[in-house]
Design a protein around this ligand. Sequence first.
Ligand code: NAP
Length: 408
Amino acid sequence: MPRSRTPDADPKAKKAADNYPAILYAKGDGVGPEIMASAISAIDAAVRYAYSGKREISWKEIVIGKEASKKLGDPLPEKTVGLIRSHKLLLKGPLETPVGTGHRSLNVELRMLLDLYANIRPVKYFEGLKSPLSNPKAVDMVIFRENTDDIYTGIEWGYDSENARALRSFVSERYHIYLETDAGIGIKQISRSKTERITRAAIEYAIKNKRRSVTIMHKGNIMKFTEGAFREWAYETAIREYRGSIVTEAEVVQRYNGNVPKGKILINDRIADNMFQQIITRPGDYDIILAPNLNGDYISDAAGALVGDIGVLGSADIGERSGMFEAVHGTAQKYAGKNVANPTGIIISGAMMLEYMGWEEAAEVLRKAVESAIKDGKVTDDLARYAKVKALGTKEYTAEIIKRIGKG
Ligand code: NAP
């Protein structure tokens, strides 16, 4: 019997699969369904324009979150996880996470299950946005946040739980450390291997995209063996594996009279609290920010605020085998079903996905169309209220973007 040929084994079949890939999408909760519909139509229009039918996405819906609970009795069904593993690419709408009680964050769960260790968030100013900065054009940063380590791994116990009591006794007997009896307890771990791989991801991105610097953000002065170790291991990886491409800040001062040698990427570090101040007072000095999980979460929203609105930011969660793309904002429940939500974040995430696939031409026309609509004040209510222009609905804004695809 002839062996069936998989796309991987047959170069022709592989090429066809690469040009006509099946990509998963999950609408998500709140405004998710509306912004997802908008993103898919804008992405398809960009692909059509860029490749005239020689490349096309075949979209396949999966359910996660409330809809999955209702239909399948589980917010993150096994079948969904299996489909993501086999399809490799997912465009995801926002998912609601209960605060304090209920299930763990499905976003965190997905990142952990699929080992999507690098959360990448570009933060760049679009002309026409109302920024709180006097020089917003200086903002052009990319945040590389480690996704699978740190306090986010969810190892924590309520103050009155059996596990918290056992841990308190152990720590007291073994280390003579007294933990408050009314304190919840969480464990923070930061590992060498996970620090090294996110550092590689950040530096390789910097090399590929000809960026200027990578700044390690940490609170190592206080948490020496977790955040301090993150700093040490990141420097070690940079020096050991990328010696020809990088220069450290100490070397710039000691050997190069304060000037970064041409063609080298500067590696420096900043303590987390100072980092917040720096991106506000000197945004132009920062390029790629490399951060452990929690710092990365905080700095992403703060950086987003510098460009005027987190609603316009996209993000990618990347692992060795798969990638998940989503807007930075959440479900914005109060706007659900009203045709007012801003779909820019998920459209930009779609452009990041196209880039990840190597479909740069489509990514570029999509980005340019978004920039052009915002520049001309053709925006949804969240931006229109500051720019004092007439607000467009989600659908009308999407139509504006599609109209502008390929026009400059
Ligand atoms: P949020 O949903 O992002 O909403 C916060 C505010 O941001 C909204 O009230 C609205 O501001 C504005 N906003 C956000 N997205 C918008 C959009 N597309 N168009 C227009 N305005 C937008 O944040 P949240 O209220 O903190 O979180 C709500 C839920 O989302 C939570 O369950 C949270 O866990 C979840 N969440 C999910 C993700 C994810 O799935 N990746 C990310 C973040 C949060 P105004 O009120 O000023 O108009």
